[in-house]
Design a binder for this molecule. Structure first.
Ligand SMILES: Cc1cc2nc3c(=O)[nH]c(=O)nc-3n(C[C@H](O)[C@H](O)[C@H](O)COP(=O)(O)O)c2cc1C
Length: 315
């Protein structure tokens, strides 16, 4: 079984990738999307999104990182894909699942699910633009509003020459409704296609992973919010490790704070840590209390002080 760390724009950046891959169990990371319009992006844009390009395209613990592109122009997606590979990305991932209104108005992300013919053209051109030994993966939802559309979409992707397909088992109109998850809809695709299919969506626990693999017929999984809620989820799934103890989680948040405050997005630290805590509240009831206390602060120091105090109590 392979476990892929999902792209979460504005949440999982290179610092979070580094911290999460340190726990082991994650075989590949996908970056937040690089928006492609009508130009080849300057190199600095690639490095900003994926600083791991400076270290062979891998996180410090050695996990390969693949850049994700979003757009609708076969030509410019291909040019940018080729540049990402030249700079050291481990393959390319194409985003066909983003439900954002702005992105969709510009004909990127999930709106392309309505147009399998264009998907085919994009995939074919991107495939021929990057070296043969580099993986081209595509990430989709089941469809725009009709989950049975997945067959035609998946065929277009395979026939276009992609090597892997990740399916987030909901339609665009399902949004993120937990009860709309349809792992079983992936099965017919994973059994029919020759390329690898990776199942994604609503995996929060070891047992969710088991159920998802049974229902989808996929060996490989992509996990996103679940691993923010339980940072060692990949090892919990693969090796039956115990969930990270609360005291270790506090140390992780302190380390994250050090990284983030000193890093390129330091000014957003207080928002970013609160955003992470929203996911952590799912698995750690103690975080609810902590969140209530620190949510009023917008500068880093009081938040760090609260984390340090909590770590001493639980240390
Ligand atoms: C805040 C947020 C940002 C996301 N950003 C991206 C993105 O940049 N590219 C993408 O393909 N999917 C993105 N997604 C979708 C996730 O990769 C994933 O498909 C979805 O969250 C379902 O998986 P999960 O239940 O394991 O989180 C995002 C989801 C969330 C909640």
């Amino acid at each position: 079984m392979r476990i892929v760390l999902a792209p979460l724009e504005g949440v999982i950046d290179h610092l979070v990738r580094e911290l999460l891959t340190d726990f082991g169990g994650i075989d590949l990371c996908i970056t937040e999307f690089l928006r492609v319009t009508h130009s080849l992006q300057p190199e600095r844009v690639f490095y900003r999104l994926c600083p791991e390009l400076n270290q062979g395209g891998k996180t410090k613990s050695g996990t390969p990182v693949r850049m994700q592109l979003l757009g609708q122009s076969p030509q410019f997606l291909s040019e940018n894909a080729n540049r990402a590979i030249e700079l050291g990305s481990h393959g390319i991932d194409l985003n066909l699942g983003c439900p954002s209104k702005i992105v969709n108005t510009n004909k990127g992300g999930a709106i392309l699910l309505k147009d399998p013919a264009l998907i085919y053209q994009i995939v074919r051109q991107m495939r021929s633009a990057i070296p043969k030994d580099q993986i081209l993966s595509v990430k989709i939802r089941l469809g725009w509003d009709d989950p049975t559309a997945v067959d035609e979409i998946a065929d277009a992707i395979e026939q276009g020459g992609a090597n892997e397909l990740t399916i987030h088992a909901r339609t665009k109109t399902d949004g993120y409704k937990a009860d709309a998850i349809k792992w079983h809809m992936i099965e017919q695709v994973s059994q029919r296609l020759k390329i690898k299919v990776i199942a994604n969506g609503e995996i929060w626990q070891r047992d969710d992973a088991r159920q998802c693999r049974i229902k989808s017929g996929c060996d490989d999984l992509m996990i996103g919010r679940g691993t923010l809620a339980m940072p060692n989820l990949a090892s919990v799934i693969k090796d039956n490790e115990a969930p990270l103890p609360y005291s270790d989680l506090l140390q992780l948040l302190i380390k994250y704070s050090d990284y983030e405050i000193a890093g390129d997005k330091g000014e957003y630290y207080s928002n970013r840590i609160k955003q992470w805590m929203v996911y952590l509240k799912v698995q750690y009831p103690q975080i609810r209390e902590l969140f209530r206390e620190l949510r009023v602060f917008n500068s880093p120091q009081p938040i760090v002080d609260i984390l340090n105090r909590e770590a001493q109590i639980y240390g």
